[in-house]
Design a protein around this ligand. Structure first.
Ligand SMILES: C[S@@+](CC[C@H](N)C(=O)[O-])C[C@H]1O[C@@H](n2cnc3c(N)ncnc32)[C@H](O)[C@@H]1O
Length: 326
């Protein structure tokens, strides 16, 4: 599908009263929001591995997820890995009893592989899975049986949770959909509710998502537009903040997180499109490096410092200690 056609459809849906419901129905008909356990387990494994890489584990810990989406894969993975509690919030009520059941059902044949990959005791993981109440008659009941609370609409920038009460804040494919000012507020709230030493763990996609549907453009395509023009294509249900990786890093650092992992993936097709001027990067983006412009994925882990001095030091850090281009 031409990307402009998809943008037009999403724009129309964003402007009508029952647009969100219609969007959900269209996704169901097209099968685009069907459970994909292999792909989605791989994503939660990445988040859990980032936690391990930072020297901590999920066992007995409290998680807070920003952006639950349609299927509770992240809460399921955290629960199977031994989490004590998972709170997940979304501004949109995409998840339903049926979609959660579909995810848990479809996960059955993947949990042994998940246990192996995470080096967890297979019998313990299997036992946790067996305890999930698939016969539950409402979503809250089903999620409670895997130690999960779902809040939608929920506000990750005003959680109502106690300060220093959460071990890990996670998200997958969400931060690029949040406006910079709200992301800053969410990051500040996350800093408040995380325990000292707690981790802020995210994987997200700063590239143009329309490139997934239209092979004629690259993930850098949207960088040719001014903010005003982009409003036509990337608002409402199609919202993308177009922030570059360095801007995400700046927010995390300014709030006080000390960066443990920062990895970016650069899309070679986007590099080529910028270099050979298939697209003319708009003046608003000219201050960024080529790698920053062409990055189409980022993995980030920040740690909440344990002392006031450490926080001040983290805020002053210009460069992150770990920064890979892959
Ligand atoms: C692409 S989906 C990803 C969902 C899920 N994490 C996954 O990987 O399948 C992005 C999700 O972020 C949610 N979202 C957008 N802005 C948000 C915000 N400010 N707070 C919480 N969730 C948000 C959207 O409603 C949507 O469900």
């Amino acid at each position: 599908m031409k990307w402009q056609t998809k943008a037009f459809i999403l724009r129309q849906l964003s402007q009508i009263p029952l647009g969100k419901r219609l969007y959900l129905l269209m996704q169901k008909l097209a099968g685009s929001n069907r459970a994909q356990p292999e792909r989605d387990f791989a994503r939660i494994v990445e988040l859990l591995e980032m936690i391990q890489e930072s020297g901590q584990t999920a066992q007995g810990k409290v998680f807070f997820e920003v952006g639950s989406g349609w299927h509770p894969y992240a809460p399921l993975g955290c629960y199977l890995a031994g989490a004590e509690k998972i709170i997940t919030v979304d501004v949109n009520p995409w998840m339903s009893l049926a979609s959660a059941r579909e995810c848990i059902d479809a996960s059955k044949e993947h949990i042994q592989q998940f246990a192996k990959k995470m080096e967890l005791d297979e019998a313990a993981v299997s036992e946790r899975y067996q305890k999930i109440n698939l016969a539950a008659t409402n979503l809250d009941q089903l999620l409670a049986s895997m130690r999960t609370e779902y809040h939608s609409p929920g506000d990750a920038s005003a959680t109502g949770l106690e300060s220093d009460s959460v071990d890990f804040i996670i998200s997958s494919n969400v931060l690029e959909h949040i406006p910079a000012t709200i992301l800053k507020a969410i990051t500040e709230e996350s800093f408040r509710i995380l325990k000292p030493g707690g981790l802020y763990v995210h994987r997200f996609n700063p590239g143009d998502h329309y490139a997934n549907d239209d092979g004629s453009v690259t993930t850098a395509n949207f960088l040719q537009f001014s903010s005003n023009t982009w409003k036509k294509y990337g608002e409402g249900l199609a919202y993308h903040n177009r922030m570059r990786c360095s801007e995400f890093s700046d927010i995390f650092r300014e709030v006080g997180f000390s960066s443990l992992i920062e990895k970016e993936r650069v899309d070679p097709d986007a590099v080529k499109a910028i270099e050979d001027k298939t697209i003319e990067v708009h003046d608003e983006f000219k201050r960024f490096s080529l790698e920053d412009l062409a990055a189409d994925y980022m993995w980030y882990t920040g740690r909440k410092p344990t002392t006031v001095d450490e926080t001040a030091e983290a805020k002053q850090m210009g460069e992150s200690p770990v920064h890979h281009q892959i």
